[in-house]
Design a protein around this ligand. Structure first.
Ligand code: CUA
Length: 314
């Protein structure tokens, strides 16, 4: 017989933090349940109909008691809030050196691509001990990428990007679920996460169809889709040059200044009229419906790679 587990294994660096917080919340709730229900039971019996208990209600009061049961819950809930907020804040900020994996949810599967180019469906292979950052989005409904053993769950929302990061600390296979109802086959949108020895992972990356790295594939998209025609080198069309733009501040025609992040680049491809760069006309056609989320992520990865190296332009 399979062993019964109350909790999934703790297979990531953040798992124990989440479990301690969860345990604390459970204990606090339990404490107050007992605190309320024990007296209820006691009084229900003591003052039941027909009992000879004293019902004269002499008035009594205690400022100390009043102050105590006001202050104690306040301190307790503020403490829990700070604890929870710190944990959440930590989980929302991926470390810089993380391995990048792009994840696109669609009805009803997870499509993943590693930075080196390897693609997977409903499976995620990872090296033990390396921090991994997923960039998530969706092509249709809202999905949610849930790995119980890592204690991470993040919605993949169409039209926007989300991050989810973790550091696997145990070898093995773990469940992957879609944790947001997304239509008929939601319950079948499951898969597995495989944590391997780093050397084994390197071998795995090189087996089967490896393809080009995400950034190189993005560069190909950038050329084939004609982006480079207007956005690169000497061109007759007046369009903002994009080499090295990732992470830079971009002044907009509206007077705002915006950081060129994944979201901005995605919006500029699909909704080019939304945020016009200062000094340029709104002439770019929208690629909405002509390009997949995975391809947009590749183009973004390419533009990012041109920012990581020192610019070759004067
Ligand atoms: Cu995808 Cu539920």
């Amino acid at each position: 017989m399979d062993q019964f587990h109350l909790f999934p294994p703790q297979a990531s660096s953040g798992a124990s933090h989440v479990d301690w917080l969860f345990l604390a919340l459970t204990l606090v709730s339990l404490f107050f349940v007992v605190l309320v229900f024990l007296p209820i039971t006691f009084f229900a019996i003591k003052y039941r109909r027909g009992s000879s208990a004293d019902r004269s209600h002499p008035s009594s009061g205690s400022n100390l008691l009043e102050a105590g049961w006001t202050l104690f819950p306040i301190l307790l809930s503020v403490g829990l809030f700070i604890w929870g907020a710190t944990t959440y804040y930590h989980m929302q900020r991926p470390p810089r050196d993380a391995l990048q994996v792009q994840v696109v949810g669609k009805q009803w599967m997870w499509k993943l691509q590693h930075a080196e180019g390897k693609k997977e469906i409903n499976e995620l292979h990872l090296p033990l001990g390396r921090t991994v950052n997923l960039t998530l989005t969706s092509e249709d409904a809202i999905h949610s990428f849930f790995v119980p053993a890592f204690r991470v769950k993040q919605d993949a929302v169409p039209g926007r990007y989300a991050n989810e990061w973790f550091r696997p600390t145990r070898l093995g296979e773990y469940h992957l679920f879609c944790a947001e109802y997304c239509g008929t086959n939601h319950s079948r949108m499951v898969g597995r996460v495989v944590v391997m020895e780093p050397a084994e992972y390197e071998d795995w990356l090189r087996t089967g169809e490896t393809g080009q790295s995400v950034a190189l594939e993005g560069q190909r998209q950038f050329r084939e889709r004609g982006c480079s025609g207007c956005h690169e080198g000497s061109t007759t069309i007046h369009a903002p040059p994009l080499r090295g733009i990732y992470g830079k501040q971009v002044p907009l025609a509206s007077g705002e200044v915006i950081t060129a992040d994944d979201q901005y680049l995605r919006d500029s491809i699909l909704l080019p009229g939304k945020q016009i760069s200062a000094g340029y006309d709104n002439v770019m056609p929208s690629y909405s419906g002509h390009i997949s989320e995975a391809e947009i992520m590749q183009i973004t990865a390419y533009l990012k790679s041109t920012s990581d190296q020192p610019s070759t332009k004067p």
